[in-house]
Design a binder for this molecule. Structure first.
Ligand code: HEM
Length: 294
């Protein structure tokens, strides 16, 4: 009888020891580059491990209080290393490559995630983050929720399309209005437009600057615009001022203009996208908007 509690105590001590060892092996000081990725880290309860983030990591709001490592595509080794991280996480958008090599050489683990615009990438990223945070269960729950929310949006869009043709749309990413880049195939922007039931009129790959003539020829029904530096009305007026060809488009004449937060387009597909899709679908299918409300 005496041996049982002793064995139990030994077992408990062993368990405590092994969980302790595991926790010690998990990276404790994190630096994250890429808005959506940082959002997932927060959603998984990892925010207290973040010791620095890049300038696209603006959600949740509390991330803005953390030390900045600059823009995800233009990191400096000194900036990252000065925060003494155990791990730097980011997507293919993170760079430049020689700086990443320097950071690795200094002994910091660099973990790469996918910025591909597809559900599978979200599932893989969540699995990978879950393992690094020691929070696999919540990661798989979040992935399941995400899939369900997207299915919900698909159903709503299908219903709306029974009563209205898919609108032709363009997504412009500007910088204080100048030379907008247009979201083409394979981009998060294109994924967003399609998931919300829009027909992306841009057929090129990736993000590309368009000539005035090319832009004028497309004549979208709806214009979705996003600006790195400005928001809402300011972004729109800067865009129209710098790109007068847009003024003649059906979208501008009928004021079917939708402003999009640029942090929704960086660092992979993030947790706010299902809600964004729901809103976008409402703008694309105004007649069905009432029934689009959950
Ligand atoms: C909050 C969001 C964003 C911020 C703060 C931001 C900031 C910047 C900055 C400071 C630069 C470098 C200098 C410059 O060209 O002005 C830059 C370059 C660039 N950004 Fe962003 N950006 C954001 C979102 C985006 C989005 C949504 C895209 C996707 C279309 C994007 C794609 C690029 C590309 C392709 C470059 C050029 C990179 C290079 O030449 O190496 N950015 N951005």
């Amino acid at each position: 009888m005496m041996r049982r509690p002793a064995a139990l105590i030994a077992l408990c001590a062993g368990l405590a020891l092994s969980t302790h060892t595991m926790a010690a092996e998990l990276p404790q000081r994190w630096v994250s580059a890429g808005g959506a990725l940082s959002e997932w880290i927060s959603a998984l309860g990892g925010e207290q491990r973040l010791v620095g983030v890049d300038t696209t990591s603006q959600h949740p709001e509390s991330l803005k209080a953390l030390p900045s490592i600059g823009y995800q595509r233009q990191l400096s080794a000194e900036g990252v290393l000065s925060l003494r991280p155990d791990v730097l996480v980011g997507t293919e958008e993170m760079g430049p490559p020689p700086v990443l090599a320097q950071i690795r050489k200094a002994g910091v683990r660099v973990e790469l995630f996918s910025s591909k615009a597809e559900l599978r990438a979200v599932e893989e990223n969540l699995k990978h983050l879950g393992a690094l945070l020691g929070n696999e269960k919540q990661a798989s729950e979040l992935a399941g929720d995400y899939r369900q929310q997207l299915e919900q949006v698909h159903k709503q869009v299908e219903q709306a399309q029974a009563g209205q043709q898919a609108p032709g749309v363009l997504l412009l990413v500007g910088h204080a209005g100048a030379k907008p880049m247009i979201a083409g195939q394979g981009t998060a922007g294109d994924w967003l437009l399609r998931q919300a039931g829009g027909r992306n009129l841009a057929e090129h790959q990736g993000y590309k600057n368009f000539s005035v003539e090319a832009l004028a020829a497309l004549n979208p029904d709806v214009l979705v615009f996003s600006d790195r530096a400005l928001s809402g009305e300011q972004a729109l007026s800067a865009l129209l001022k710098e790109n007068p060809a847009l003024a003649a488009s059906r979208a501008v004449r009928e004021q079917r203009l939708v402003s999009l937060d640029p942090t929704l387009l960086v660092g992979g597909l993030g947790p706010r996208l299902p809600a964004t899709l729901h809103e976008l679908a409402g703008s694309f299918y105004p007649a069905a908007k009432a029934s689009l409300n959950p």
